[in-house]
Design a protein around this ligand. Sequence first.
Ligand code: PXP
Length: 239
Amino acid sequence: MAKLGLNVDHVATVRQARGGIEPDPVTAAAMGELAGAEGITIHLREDRRHIQDRDLEILRQTVKTKLNLEMAATQEMVRTALKTKPEQVTLVPEKRQELTTEGGLDVILNLKSITDTVKRLQGGGIVVSLFVDPNQEQIKAANKTGADYIEIHTGSYAEARDWKSQQQELENIDTAIKLARKVNMGVNAGHGLNYFNIKALAALGGIEEYNIGHSIMARAILVGLDRAVRDMVELIKYA
Ligand code: PXP
C-alpha cells in the first residue's frame, strides 16, 4: 500500500513569520501521524528559512513512523544527516532565491559528487532517495549512483492545465516508474500534489510514498478556520 509522507515545512514557515514558537512543526508531525501519515518530511534549507536545526533534532526523537530529510548535497548537510540519522535522506537541488524546489537534480552532470554523497549517507545507515524529473536518462544516472530510491518530481504534471498535457505528463511518470522498478529502485513522488491530481497519479501504481505539504496545509487552514474563529469569539463574548 502506498504511503503518505506529510511535509510539515509550511507549519515552520508560519512560525518563522513571527519568530516565535508556534505553530510547532513537531506538534503538526505528531498530529499527522495520529491521522495516518506514515512518514514525516522536512526540508532543512541552507538559509534555514522554515525548518530549524532544533526541529530536526526533536523530530528525530519524536517521529514514530519514518523521518525523511530533504536536503542539498552539501558538506554541512551531509554532516548534519550523519549526526541525526533520519531513516531517509532525499537529495534535492537548492537555489537561494527559489520559493520552493524548482526542478529535479541533474544527476548526469553531477554524477561523481552525488555518488560520493549517496555512499557517505548509506555508510551511516541512511536510505537515500534522489529527487529527479521523470526523465529516463536522469533515472539511469540515479541508478548508477547506487541510490535506493528516486522521488519523481511531479511539478510538471501538477502544472499541466489541460487534459492532453496531463495525460502526457502521466505517461512520462509511468515510464519513469517502470524504468526505476526495472533497475530495482524504489519510487516516491512529490511536488504540487493535491486533492484533485492525486487520483490519476495513484491509479498508475508503483509509487511507494507521496510527499505532500502545501495542499494539505492549505486545506488544514480552511477546514480549521471555522473552529478557530468560534473558539476566539467564545472567549471574547464570555470573558
Ligand atoms: N518533495 C520534494 C522533494 C519537495 O522539495 C517538496 C516541496 O518542499 C515536496 C515534495 C512537497 O511539495 P508540496 O509542498 O508542493 O506538496
